[in-house]
Design a protein around this ligand. Structure first.
Ligand code: BG6
Length: 495
């Protein structure tokens, strides 16, 4: 069933920023080209940069020139309001423009406020929207929703404070905390794989699975985001949100229905079941690293401390590896190893479910030297798909076995194009489907897992390890698995 967005004014706070031009505007253009945005649709930008409507329209055109028939009209109706986020005047002007847009574009009083600003002003914006009564529908039957980017807080305390502020203006049902990983097609496919097939779920547990590995590897460095990254680091930037979200989908119990609250309830149960590490455990089960100079994809790159806006003696981690235990009936004793890093050898995100070995191998040691454990790999990106790694007989007179791959790729199996993650999530927010957005208790439980790690690191536990750009990270991360007799799974692909 094709979903169609209702009429709405899409208000982007932080409209001159990188996220807007790189992700939001192209995603809106693609939705428009796909016929998923209605006639009564308008974009209103707000930011501190001085710009008039025409300049904003040019920015929109440059960032997203192709939106199909009628997209030029959407651009030509779009409006811009310059102003400081803390200034009530900004909201008076924005309210005025929104009233004009409602009249001119038949947006029905429906509004999405998308907070694509630096996180430090999320609370202020929400408060000011409330103060200007823009948090309430202006017409009977219309809606007002707020989409909030990550990072949502920088620890449990600040996330809880932000929640309090947000809830003074918006009911939880109108709050859409975005994590773009949930919009990725293959991440959602974890649910299809597990719950639409008879063959996987019976073996998706401690009896058959030895360990789970989640890798989010990037070849990119921090680009021009040095000042943000210095305050974040890889744990806050990727693990607290993307990695733990993926982990919940892998580990959760089957929901009775694919309904927002049922799925989110199950995800929260997983987060609550994750063992909170003591500071000794942080030392034993986490590794933090930082890249030095090296070569990535054939190009020489500088080390993290030489990047723009980074302190020369920075201790910010650009790499994290950790072992999490999910203490429940299904997963007791199964380690979930996660790793993420910048400037690694390849750009790849994948989930590898490594199965236990057979109880007895009836082949002579030499005949089975090329045989590894069975692994089911969900490749989230690039080359989205699934690989099953298993042992097969090598053709010939001898009886030798070796590991082979059975592959499914989205590109080969489907003619339909996968929507970009933002495209999917913006449409969800417009139609009012919060399934793939993060509920308040998910955020808080994720911080409860990460806070003790951050605290122990701040006390000097797990000293910062260094790795050469273009490798798979510090060797200390290998030891995390090696002392349990395990090893990182070699990613299937990556560019
Ligand atoms: C963002 C992080 O949330 O995700 C970035 O802030 C990171 O640091 C990005 O590069 C990775 O997203 P993707 O979709 O390219 O894997």
């Amino acid at each position: 069933m094709t979903r169609q967005a209702p009429p709405a004014a899409f208000v982007i706070m932080g409209a001159s920023g990188d996220l807007t031009t790189r992700k939001l505007l192209p995603a809106l253009a693609r939705l428009h080209a796909g016929g998923l945005l209605p006639h009564g649709f308008a974009i209103v930008g707000t930011a501190r940069s001085e710009m008039n409507d025409e300049q904003f329209r040019q920015l929109l055109h440059d960032a997203a020139p192709k939106g199909g028939a009628g997209w030029r009209d959407v651009i030509s109706r779009s409006r811009y309001v310059a102003g400081e986020y803390h200034s009530p005047l900004t909201y008076i002007n924005l309210g005025e423009v929104l009233r004009e847009v409602d009249n001119a574009c038949a947006t029905g009083g429906n509004r999405i406020f998308y907070l694509a600003t630096p996180p430090a002003v999320f609370g202020t914006i929400v408060e000011r929207l409330g103060g200007a009564a823009m948090n309430k529908p202006s017409e009977h039957g219309s809606f007002v929703r707020v989409v909030i980017e990550k990072p949502y807080g920088r620890d449990l305390k600040t996330a809880t404070e932000l929640d309090h502020t947000v809830h003074t203006a918006f009911d939880e049902s109108s709050v859409y905390r975005i994590d773009h990983y949930l919009g990725k097609e293959t991440v959602q496919n974890v649910l299809a794989l597990r719950f639409a097939n008879a063959i996987f779920e019976p073996i998706w547990n401690r009896r058959y699975i030895d360990n789970v590995q989640i890798t989010v590897a990037e070849t990119l460095g921090i680009g021009h985001r040095g000042s943000f990254y210095e305050t974040a680091g890889a744990l806050r930037d990727i693990v607290q949100n993307h990695v733990l979200q993926v982990l919940t989908l892998v580990a959760m119990e089957p929901p009775a229905r694919i309904q927002p609250e049922e799925i989110r309830d199950e995800k929260v149960k997983v987060l609550r079941a994750i063992d909170i590490m003591s500071s000794d455990e942080v030392n034993d089960y986490t590794v933090r690293g930082q890249y030095g100079p090296g070569e990535v994809l054939g190009e020489r790159v500088e080390g993290y401390c030489d990047e723009e806006d980074v302190a020369p003696d920075s201790h910010t981690e650009t790499y994290v590896a950790a072992r999490f235990m999910v203490d429940n009936w299904r997963w007791n004793g199964v380690p979930f190893f996660v790793r993420t890093g910048k400037r690694l050898r390849a750009h790849t995100t994948e989930i590898a479910m490594e199965f236990k070995d057979v109880p007895h191998l009836p082949f002579k040691a030499m005949d089975a030297t090329g045989l590894g454990s069975n692994v089911l790999v969900v490749r989230v990106q690039p080359d989205d798909g699934i690989t099953l790694r298993f042992g097969a007989k090598v053709p010939g007179q001898d009886f030798r076995v070796r590991t082979v791959d059975m592959d499914f790729t989205y590109a080969d199996a489907f003619t339909e194009e996968s929507p970009d993650a933002y495209e999917r999530l913006l449409l969800d927010a417009l139609v009012g489907d919060p399934t793939l957005f993060i509920r308040e208790d998910e955020v808080r439980n994720a911080w409860k897992i990460c806070d003790p790690i951050l605290d122990a690191w701040a006390e000097g536990r797990s000293p910062l390890a260094h790795y050469r750009a273009g490798t798979w990270g510090p060797k200390e991360a290998d030891r995390l698995l090696a002392h349990e007799g395990r090893a990182w799974h070699e990613p299937c692909c990556g560019s």
